[in-house]
Design a protein around this ligand. Structure first.
Ligand SMILES: Nc1ncnc2c1ncn2[C@@H]1O[C@H](COP(=O)(O)OS(=O)(=O)O)[C@@H](OP(=O)(O)O)[C@H]1O
Ligand SMILES: [Mg+2]
Ligand SMILES: [Mg+2]
Ligand SMILES: [Mg+2]
Length: 356
C-alpha cells in the first residue's frame, strides 16, 4: 500500500491556503466579480484565484503531475479588471511565507510573488484531459459556487488519482461546523482520506488545529428511519421528487438535509444529523458528472466505512477523462444498508419509467 505522506501534506497545505482565500473573498466580494460560464453556471474571482493557488503549490511540489481542474483562464485573458483582481488575490495568499504551524515548505512555491503570466498559466495547468493511465490530481477550487455566493456550504476539493483510482482526497469546508452537535459553533473543517488508511477530520484553521488531534471518522450504522437524505439545493442538479418517493418507500422519517457541494459527502462520512444517505439522481440525463465533483468525497465516505456507487451499484469510474464514466446517478450509504437503498432506488426509477 502506498502511503502518499508527501502528497497528503502538500494537498492539506494547498487546500488550507485556498480556503483562506475563499473566506476572505466572500467577506469582500464585489458585485461584478462573478462571470457566467458557457453552461450558465457561475464562476467568481474566488474560484479562479483558488485554482491558481492550489495549482501553483502542486506545480512546485510535484512538477510532473498533470491536473484536471474545473476552471481555465480563457475568460480572464479577455477581462483585464477581473484578471488583475485574480492576480492580486492569488498573490495575497501565495506570497505569505511557509508557516511552521502548518508544516509548510518554501519549496512548495510559498513566499514569492507571481507575475500575471505565471498565475494565468497556473490556472491553465488544470486543462489535463484525465484518463485511465498514470497519476493526476483533480481540483474543484470551489465546489458549490452557488452555495458560496449565498453564504451556504461550499468546499475546496482536491484528489490524487492513480490509474483511474482515487488514492487521496482532501476537502476544506470553511462554513461547516467543526462539531456537528453544535451547529452554531465554530465553523471550518478539513477532511482527509487516504485509500486503506482511513478518513479524518481536522480543524481547517491551523491556529486552532495545532492543539486538536485529528478525529477518525466512522459512519454510524442505523436503520433508514433514523437517517436523513443528503441532497442538492439546486433542483436542476438532482431529481428531488424521486428522492422523496424513495425515502417514503424505505421508511425514512427525517426531513432531507439540503446543502451545496461535497460538504454532503463530509456530512455523510461524519454521521451528521445522526446519519445520512447520499442520493443524486439526474434531473436531466444529458448532464455528465465531472470527476472533480466526486473524487475526494467518494473516497472520504468509503474510508469512513460507506459505499459509493451509481444507481445500479457500479463503482464510480474516475478513469474516463474529465467526466465520470457512464453512470446513472450517485448513491452513497453505510455498508449495511447500501444494497437495500439500491433496491429502493431501482424500484422507484422503474415505477417512474426511468429504467428500460
Ligand atoms: N445540471 C446539473 N446536474 C448535476 N450537477 C450539476 C448540474 N449543473 C452543475 N452541476 C454540478 O453540481 C455541482 C454542485 O453540486 P451540488 O451538489 O453542490 O449541487 S447543489 O449546488 O448543491 O445544488 C457544481 O459544481 P460547481 O460548479 O463546482 O459548483 C456542478 O459541477
Ligand atoms: Mg462550477
Ligand atoms: Mg463542483
Ligand atoms: Mg467548482
Amino acid at each position: 500500500m502506498v502511503v502518499y505522506a508527501a502528497e497528503q501534506a502538500v494537498a492539506i497545505a494547498a487546500v488550507r491556503r485556498a480556503c483562506t482565500l475563499t473566506t476572505a473573498v466572500f467577506n469582500n466580494l464585489v458585485k461584478g466579480e462573478t462571470l457566467v460560464k458557457g453552461d450558465k453556471s457561475p464562476v467568481t474571482v474566488a474560484d479562479l484565484s483558488a485554482q491558481a493557488v492550489v495549482n501553483t503549490i502542486l506545480l512546485h511540489a510535484f512538477p510532473s503531475d498533470p491536473i484536471v481542474g474545473e476552471e481555465d483562464a480563457a475568460d480572464l485573458r479577455e477581462n483585464k479588471v477581473l484578471c488583475a483582481r485574480v492576480i492580486e488575490l492569488a498573490n495575497e495568499v501565495l506570497s505569505v511565507p511557509p508557516s511552521e504551524l502548518a508544516e509548510e515548505k518554501a519549496s512548495w512555491g510559498l513566499g514569492e510573488h507571481r507575475s500575471e503570466g505565471e498565475v494565468l498559466q497556473a490556472i491553465d495547468r488544470g486543462n489535463y484531459e484525465g484518463g485511465r493511465a498514470g497519476r493526476m490530481w483533480t481540483l474543484d477550487p470551489i465546489d458549490g459556487t452557488k452555495g458560496f455566493l449565498r453564504g451556504g456550504q461550499y468546499a475546496v476539493c482536491l484528489a490524487l488519482i492513480n490509474d483511474g483510482r482515487v488514492e487521496l482526497g482532501v476537502i476544506g469546508c470553511p462554513n461547516l461546523p467543526l462539531d456537528p452537535a453544535i451547529p452554531d459553533g465554530p465553523a471550518g473543517a478539513l477532511f482527509v482520506a487516504t485509500r486503506g488508511r482511513g478518513a479524518f477530520q481536522y480543524p481547517l484553521s491551523t491556529v486552532v488545529g495545532s492543539k486538536i488531534p485529528p478525529v477518525s471518522l466512522r459512519m454510524p450504522s442505523l436503520p433508514f428511519e433514523n437517517l436523513s437524505f443528503l441532497e442538492s439545493v439546486e433542483k436542476a442538479h438532482a431529481a428531488l421528487d424521486t428522492n422523496a418517493k424513495i425515502a417514503q418507500l424505505l421508511g425514512v422519517k427525517c426531513e432531507p438535509v439540503r446543502m451545496d457541494s461535497q460538504a454532503k459527502y463530509a456530512a455523510l462520512a461524519r454521521g451528521d444529523s445522526s446519519g445520512g444517505v447520499y442520493l443524486r439522481l439526474p434531473a436531466n440525463t444529458e448532464y455528465r458528472e465531472k470527476i472533480w465533483d466526486h473524487a475526494p468525497g467518494s473516497l472520504l465516505v468509503e474510508e469512513a466505512g460507506g459505499i459509493i456507487s451509481d444507481a445500479f451499484g457500479k463503482p464510480l469510474d474516475f478513469g474516463a477523462g474529465r467526466f465520470l464514466g457512464k453512470h446513472y446517478g450517485v448513491v452513497g450509504a453505510g455498508k449495511e444498508i447500501h444494497q437495500k437503498l439500491l433496491e429502493g432506488v431501482q424500484q422507484i426509477l422503474k415505477e417512474e419509467g426511468k429504467l428500460a
